[in-house]
Design a protein around this ligand. Structure first.
Ligand code: MEV
Length: 322
């Protein structure tokens, strides 16, 4: 069972954290609107041990230019012994599936454990602070999913918002993170092969939300996310499919879809109830809710269209020392 506290553990140590998949509300969540996401059973494992100098997977140069590693060290390891950090990950990099959040959560877990441990709520704030300072912008959805596991809502006002886990704050904004029940479904995600850079995409969409019709558009994102949260709580697959498609229309309207994503969505066609891009967009991945019994057909269609498909289930636990 997942512990509420990361226990103390001296170096060397290792931790394993799940990636994530956003179902509803990406981009708008940065501005305080609701989001629903789940931790997925694709994991990143990070090992940390003392070393004569800072290394990433045995390389000096890799460590020097790694924004997330540098940000974590500045926050949690300033003035400490040099370390060798090794990463093994099944989450494609820059794919919208939470590779950086999982890396940050796993690395922060080893460093927090080396300092005597901490409550998971503290780790969630630390992981977000590290990711945000590397990226410059963002919400705590991705890092909270890697820390908590399962299905989470952020900022929902609906009766289906779930059980409070923690609040996470940055620059005067607070996001309420809550756990909702797992409906027990299998999802299919597919990476387009086009890596994306979250920071510039979030800034471009923020500029769009600051425009004349921005507030109305943001409200529509919020309504769609609340409809999605309600439909998942009701375990209404047909409705969830329709809301996924409505969310994709909004993401297209703010300019973060991509021809490769549209090709994957078109290829998924008859084997899904609904599908959309997931994460920041501009490349990255799609998420699809398969029609029951059509999972294999869907995987074949997505692979034939050039995607890298994964059949995913929710990761029930968040990051753990291993
Ligand atoms: C990225 O996975 C999701 C965005 O909403 C940014 C964020 O929430 O940090 C685009």
């Amino acid at each position: 069972m997942m512990r509420d506290v990361i226990p103390a553990h001296d170096l060397p140590s290792a931790a394993r954290a799940p990636g994530k998949c956003i179902l509803f509300g990406e981009h708008a969540v940065v501005h305080g609107k609701p989001e629903l996401l789940l931790a997925i059973d694709l994991y990143a494992q990070v090992g940390v041990r003392p070393a004569p100098e800072l290394l990433l997977n045995g390389h000096r140069s890799g460590a020097r230019g790694h924004r997330y590693l540098q940000s974590a060290l500045a926050r949690l390891w300033a003035g400490e012994v040099p370390i060798d950090v090794t990463v093994a990950s099944r989450i494609p990099k820059a794919s919208g599936l939470g590779s950086s959040a999982a890396f940050v959560a796993a690395l922060a877990t080893t460093l927090v454990a080396a300092h005597g441990g901490a409550p998971r709520a503290v780790l969630a704030q630390e992981a977000f602070t590290i990711e945000r300072s590397a990226q410059g912008v963002g919400s705590p959805g991705d890092t909270s999913a890697s820390v908590a596991g399962g299905y989470l809502t952020l900022n929902s006002q609906s009766p289906h918002q779930g059980v409070a886990l923690w609040d996470v704050a940055a620059d005067g904004r607070r996001w309420g993170v809550r756990r909702v029940a797992d409906p027990g479904w299998t999802w299919v995600v597919a990476y387009s092969g086009i890596p994306k850079d979250t920071g510039p995409l979030v800034r471009a969409v923020s500029a769009r939300f600051a425009g004349e019709d921005g507030p109305a558009l943001l409200d529509r994102f919020g309504e769609v996310a609340e409809d999605g949260i309600r439909a998942v709580a009701a375990e209404d697959r047909e409705e969830v499919g329709r809301v996924l498609t409505r969310n994709q229309e909004l993401l297209r309207a703010v300019g973060v879809s991509h021809p490769r994503l549209e090709a994957l969505l078109a290829a998924a066609g008859p084997s899904v109830l609904g599908a959309k891009l997931t994460g920041a967009g501009g490349g990255g991945s799609i998420v699809a809710l398969p029609r029951e019994g059509r999972e294999v057909d869907l995987v074949r269609r997505l692979a034939r269209a050039g995607g890298v498909p994964f059949v995913v289930r929710p990761a029930p636990s968040g990051v753990e020392l291993v």
